[in-house]
Write a protein that binds this ligand. Structure first.
Ligand SMILES: [Cu+2]
Length: 188
């Protein structure tokens, strides 16, 4: 009985967080570019990303693109086999799972020039009271999981590179969370 209440409370917390999903424009006013010398690592470190949040890449598609890649590809700026590629110049990506999410511009030289982004989405189930503050661990931290290639865009049909997909996506996320929470509750 008590377990059910705990699960139900956890569900409520998760759902409230999902319903407060935020949209972040990568690089703020500079957008996704090489010419403004934006420190995307610094940019990401000033934010706390939650599941359901959306990041928006705004750029001139004549000069840039967005590739979602694994940690290994990110480190080596290897653009040969991206997980997904976005090319519209106005690409929003909804963060559907916790852990690190790696992106860079696939135009030769741009990743090396710093047009790369490592987002860490915090794990809602591991938020403990005060014991360890949510440090925005950098990509080189030894505590990062070995291969966080958990990028199956949970339940969302396709890596929709569409604009204005943020609202429906977060709505889907909320419904999915509700269903899975109810499921978990009944499984007890
Ligand atoms: Cu570029």
């Amino acid at each position: 009985m008590a377990a059910r209440i705990v699960v139900a409370l956890a569900c409520i917390v998760v759902i409230i967080r999902l319903s407060e999903a935020a949209m972040y424009k990568v690089g703020d006013s500079a957008g996704w570019t090489t010419i403004a010398n934006v420190d995307y690592k610094l940019w990401a470190s000033t934010k706390t990303f939650h599941i359901g949040d959306t990041v928006l890449f705004e750029y001139n598609p004549q000069f840039h693109n967005v590739m979602r890649v694994t940690h290994a590809m990110y480190r080596s700026c290897n653009n040969s086999n991206p997980i997904s590629t976005f090319t519209t110049g106005n690409d929003s990506v909804t963060l559907t799972n916790h852990g690190h999410h790696f992106f860079f511009c696939g135009v030769p030289g741009h990743c090396q020039a710093g047009q790369k982004l490592d987002l860490n989405v915090i794990n809602p189930t591991s938020s403990r009271p005060l014991s360890d503050p949510p440090i925005s661990s950098d990509s080189s931290s030894p505590s990062s999981p070995p291969s966080t290639t958990t990028i199956p865009a949970a339940g969302v049909p396709g890596p929709s590179p569409s604009h204005a997909a943020s609202l429906p996506n977060s709505a889907v996320a909320v419904v999915a969370a509700l269903v899975s929470c109810l499921f978990a509750n009944f499984a007890y």
